[in-house]
Design a protein around this ligand. Structure first.
Ligand SMILES: [Ca+2]
Length: 81
């Protein structure tokens, strides 16, 4: 979570205010939606076939995909008990 606070703490105060929290929340929900779009069977994980489909979907945007996947995995570890 320190990463998230630092990323959205635009005033460099060491804390996030309501507006910064709203931006953080949107970022988290966007990544959750990204993860869910890959998790076709709603298993909570991305299996080999789902990963293959995602890679095909992203095509030349592999860097964006890897960032998305990394963040999705991070969120699934941090947000899912
Ligand atoms: Ca799945």
């Amino acid at each position: 979570m320190i990463f998230a606070v630092g990323m959205f703490d635009r005033k460099q105060s060491g804390t996030i205010d309501l507006h910064e929290f709203q931006a953080l929340w949107k970022y988290v929900t966007d990544w959750q939606n990204c993860f869910r779009s890959f998790d076709r069977d709603n298993s909570g994980t991305i299996d080999r076939n789902e990963l293959k489909t995602a890679l095909t979907t992203f095509g030349n945007r592999a860097v964006s995909f890897s960032l998305c996947l990394s963040m999705s995995l991070y969120l699934s570890l941090c947000l899912c008990p």
